[in-house]
Ligand binder design. Structure first.
Ligand code: NAP
Ligand code: GLV
Length: 312
C-alpha cells in the first residue's frame, strides 16, 4: 500500500518534511503525487492544506492524518471524504510552542512592552504603572491541548487564569475553570487579557464580535492565536478605536497572508504575527503521524480522531 503526502509545501518545507517522514515510516511507500501509485493502492493520506480534490477517488483510503492541529479547513472541504477516519496533529512540542507564544503576548501586554516599542519609534520617554502578575486576570478560551498547556504556563508565571471549555473539566492545576455558553459573560467580565485557543467551528466562528468585546472590561486586550475567522475584524477595529479595548495581538487572519492593505497592519494598538504561534515541527510531527499509520496497520485504535459532528 502507499501513503500519499498531500500538502501545499514550498521547496523548503518539502526539504524538511520528506526526510522526516521517510525516517519515521521506514518500509512504507511514500508518494507526493497521485500519479506515483494506482488509486487503489493508497490507503493513507498525510495532509497539510491539500489541494482541492486531492483525496477524491481513493477507494481504499482508511486514514486521513492531518499534519496541522486545526482541521477547520479540511472539514470545510467537501472533496475530503467524510466517511474516512480523520485524525489531527497533537504534538506536545506544539503545545509548548503555543504556551510560549501565549506567555510572550500576556507578558507584553502586562508589562507594556508593545506600548514601549511604539514609544521608542516616537522617541517618547514615559513610564507606565507596573502591576504584579497576580493582579492580572487572564481568560483562556478553549482548554484543549493548547489551551490547557498555555493556561498552566501562565498560571505558573503568576497570572490569575480562568479557562473556558464546553464540557466542565475536572480540576486543572493552578487554574479556575468554567464551561458552557452561560458562563462566558462572567469569564470575560473579569478578564484583563483574553487568549483565544478555540477551534474554528460553526459555534465559535465570529465569537469575537461587538457583544463579546462589550462584555470585556474597559482596557482589556485580546490575544488571538487560534483562527482569524473567530474575530469580526470591523468590530475589533471599532472596539480598539473607541478605546474600549487596549490592544490586540493577532497571529491568525481571515485571509492569510494578511493582505497588505488590511488596516490591522498599521493600527497602533495591534501587533501582527504571521501565523507562527505554534508551527508544526516535522521532526516530532512525522513520528506522531507514523504512530497512527502503525496503529492502522495493526488494527489498533487511532489516536486524536476528529469528531466531525463537533468540528474538532
Ligand atoms: P483541542 O484540543 O481540540 O481543544 C479545543 C478546546 O476548545 C476544548 O477545550 C473544547 O472544549 C473547547 N471548545 C470547543 N468549542 C467550544 C465552544 N463552542 N465553547 C467553549 N469551548 C469550546 O484543540 P487544540 O489542539 O488546543 O487547538 C486549538 C486551536 O488552535 C486549533 O483548532 C487551531 O485552530 C489553533 N492552532 C493555531 C496555531 C497557530 O500557530 N496559530 C497552531 C495550532 C493550532 P471541550 O473539549 O470541553 O469540548
Ligand atoms: C496551525 O494553525 C495548525 O492548526 O496546526
Amino acid at each position: 500500500m502507499s501513503i500519499l503526502v498531500a500538502a501545499n509545501f514550498d521547496a523548503d518545507e518539502w526539504a524538511a518534511w520528506w526526510p522526516a517522514l521517510q525516517a519515521a515510516l521506514p518500509g512504507e511507500h511514500l508518494i507526493r503525487g497521485r500519479s506515483e501509485a494506482p488509486a487503489e493502492a493508497i490507503d493513507v493520506a498525510l495532509v497539510a492544506n491539500p489541494p482541492l480534490g486531492a483525496l477524491q477517488g481513493l477507494p481504499r483510503l482508511a486514514l486521513i492524518q492531518s499534519l496541522w492541529a486545526g482541521v477547520d479547513k479540511l472539514l470545510a472541504d467537501a472533496t475530503v471524504p467524510a466517511e474516512v477516519p480523520l485524525a489531527r496533529m497533537v504534538d506536545p512540542a506544539m503545545n509548548d510552542a503555543m504556551a510560549e507564544t501565549a506567555l510572550w503576548a500576556v507578558l507584553g501586554l502586562h508589562r507594556g512592552t508593545f506600548a514601549y516599542a511604539a514609544q521608542q519609534r516616537d522617541r517618547v520617554w514615559r513610564q507606565h504603572p507596573q502591576r504584579r502578575a497576580d493582579e492580572i486576570h487572564v481568560a483562556v478560551l478553549g482548554l484543549g491541548q493548547m489551551g490547557r498547556t498555555a493556561a498552566q504556563r501562565l498560571a505558573r508565571n503568576g497570572y490569575r487564569v480562568t479557562g473556558w471549555s464546553t464540557r466542565a473539566m475536572a480540576v486543572v492545576e493552578g487554574i479556575t475553570t468554567a464551561a458552557g455558553d452561560a458562563a462566558l459573560a462572567e469569564v470575560l467580565a473579569s478578564a484583563h487579557i483574553v487568549v483565544n485557543l478555540l477551534p474554528l467551528t460553526p459555534a465559535t466562528r465570529g465569537i469575537f464580535g461587538a457583544s463579546t468585546f462589550a462584555a470585556m472590561p474597559a482596557g482589556a486586550s485580546l490575544v488571538n492565536l487560534a483562527r482569524g475567522a473567530h474575530v469580526v475584524d470591523t468590530d475589533l477595529l471599532a472596539a480598539l478605536d473607541s478605546g474600549h479595548l487596549q490592544h490586540a495581538v493577532l497571529d491568525v487572519f481571515h485571509s492569510e497572508p494578511l493582505p497588505v492593505e488590511h488596516p490591522f497592519w498599521s493600527h497602533p494598538n495591534i501587533t501582527v504575527l504571521p501565523h507562527v504561534a505554534a508551527q508544526t515541527d516535522p521532526r516530532s510531527a512525522a513520528v506522531i503521524a507514523a504512530r497512527n499509520v502503525q496503529a492502522l496497520r495493526q488494527g489498533q485504535p487511532l489516536a486524536d480522531r476528529v469528531d466531525r459532528r463537533r468540528g474538532y
